[in-house]
Design a protein around this ligand. Structure first.
Ligand code: AMP
Ligand code: ZN
Length: 487
């Protein structure tokens, strides 16, 4: 039985999907106005592990993760400081060039850490119509009002109708009202806590769309309601994001969903905790951050050497997704050691000979149970990894002839261990990966040599063969084509 910690109830609950065997999961994606930092990667990686686990447990998952490519204001709430518009001025690019540049970067980074792509990756700008429709619906239902070309959600009205703004972040609305300064609404809002569904564009604002309220752009919170409900339904199973999105973003999503559809939009709210560096939250705005590429290439002053993305991934998964993780040189070195030992065990396991005569002191069934208990206990990756190391110890004992394993158990251990390491944790064997790359590269060279021979360019085809030979790679022409031998 899968248990999930639900941020809404602050309890671990038994997971009951709406449709048996199926899961609808939405995770807030990046705002693509600059490169993602390593902290952002941790959150997306946490949900990649959750996605992989759900699939491993046999669920059919529809995983939606959006791209915020419009409408995300800077923290000071000033409309003219829209993150995209600001970056457009800085880089002297069109807004959609900024969006494309950083979307490509985002995909490259996640690919490097072996994250699976979501099933649907919708964009805010691709769903302006849906957002306008939702805004109209909220006005019709009396939950929103127009003011000077902008439309705001009426938080007080929402609460008057017995709904509870603040239920997720456990904030009290009176306190909220007392403590909020009106930076964003410029006197347009009825109450400071009201949030924008649609914003009027000032003359300088270049990202703008027509609407019943004049030219403007959508508020950030609305895009996630529009896209999650469009692809997953008015109520869906899991909604995720970083802890910092709980308030106001997710609080607003709940309010919008309930006000539109008279139903809570999400059954299980999941929040991933932050990555810190120097014990402070990683963040672009404070300058306390490292880019993923800087860690992988070693181009930074913080870590003493470069680290392979798979080791970074392993390090992240050694912490539970709801715990804060402080990244440091020591933590990475320790993860590297653990990772190498784990991969060594995978290799050693392939050379073990079974013995059906002698009984073993290691119970494979008990071990598997413990692993699944960890996985289903709110996706507890560090406990799972600790159990994997029990198997590692056993494998080395087998290798030293201090333990035995039956034929059936050996096959079972191999497939279970591989599934946990490669499918669920999503780790990649560094060595194998390099060999794979070499193999692909050599196949390309062989193909080019064949083409050269076909077009009678023997000078070039001989050069390819001789230069490879000089590097210790011998090409062998046979009846079934060309193969290679490494010396
Ligand atoms: P953004 O592009 O700013 O919307 O952020 C993308 C995701 O990264 C959100 O889910 C944030 O909660 C998350 N995030 C931002 N900073 C950190 C951090 N230091 N550690 C982990 N996740 C973070
Ligand atoms: Zn969102």
């Amino acid at each position: 039985q899968l248990k999930i910690y639900n941020s809404l109830t602050a309890e671990k609950e038994i997971f009951k999907p709406i449709l048996d065997g199926n899961v609808g999961m939405y995770v807030c994606g990046p705002t693509v106005y600059s490169n993602v930092h390593l902290g952002n990667v941790r959150t997306f990686l946490s949900f990649d592990f959750i996605y992989r686990t759900l699939m491993h447990l046999g669920y059919k998952v529809r995983y939606v993760r959006n791209i915020t490519d419009a409408g995300h204001l800077t923290d000071d709430g000033n409309v003219d400081n829209d993150r995209f518009v600001k970056q457009t001025r800085l880089e002297k690019l069109e807004p959609m060039e900024i969006v494309q540049k950083y979307t490509v970067d985002f995909h490259k980074v996640l690919d490097m850490f072996n994250l699976l792509p979501p099933n649907i990756e919708p964009t805010a700008t691709g769903h302006i119509v849906e957002q306008i429709e939702l805004t109209q619906k909220l006005i019709e239902r009396g939950f929103a009002y127009e003011s000077n070309g902008s439309v705001y959600f009426d938080v007080l009205e929402y609460n008057k109708r017995g709904l509870n703004y603040g239920e997720l972040s456990k904030r009290n609305i009176e306190e909220l009202f007392a403590n909020t300064r009106d930076l964003d609404g410029q006197g347009e809002k009825k109450n400071p806590q009201d949030f924008a569904l649609w914003k009027k564009a000032s003359p300088a604002h270049i990202m703008r769309w027509n609407s019943p309220w004049g030219e403007g752009f959508p508020g950030w919170h609305l895009e996630c309601t529009a896209m999650s409900t469009k692809y997953l339904g008015e109520t869906f199973d899991i909604h995720g994001g970083g802890m910092d999105l709980k308030f106001p973003h997710h609080e607003c999503e709940i309010a919008q969903g309930k006000a539109c559809n008279d139903a809570a939009p999400v059954n299980y709210w999941m929040h991933a905790n932050m990555l810190t560096m120097n014990s402070q939250r990683m963040s672009k705005s404070t300058g306390n951050y490292i880019l993923p590429m800087q860690l992988v290439t070693g181009d930074n002053d913080f870590f003493e050497k470069p680290f392979h993305p798979s080791i970074v991934r392993f390090c992240f998964l050694q912490a539970h997704y709801r715990s804060v993780l402080d990244i440091s040189n020591d933590a990475m070195i320790a993860s590297e050691k653990g990772f190498i030992r784990l991969m060594e065990a995978v290799k050693v396991l392939n050379s073990i000979t079974p013995n059906d005569e002698k009984p073993s002191g290691f119970s494979l069934a008990d071990w598997k149970n413990k692993c699944y208990e960890a996985l289903t206990d709110d996706f507890n990756s560090p406990i799972l990894i600790a159990h994997l190391f029990e198997a590692v110890k056993y494998i080395f004992a087998l290798n030293d002839d201090k333990e035995t394993i039956s034929t059936v158990d050996l096959e079972d251990l191999k497939s279970t261990l591989n599934a946990f390491i490669f499918d669920v944790l999503g780790l990649q064997n560094i060595e194998e990966n390099n060999n794979e790359k070499l193999d692909q590269t050599l196949k390309v060279l062989i193909e080019l040599r064949n083409q050269a021979r076909k077009s009678k360019n023997f000078d070039l085809s001989d050069q390819i063969r001789d230069k490879l030979l000089a590097e210790g790679i011998e090409l062998k022409d046979g009846r079934d084509g060309t193969s290679y031998v490494l010396s």
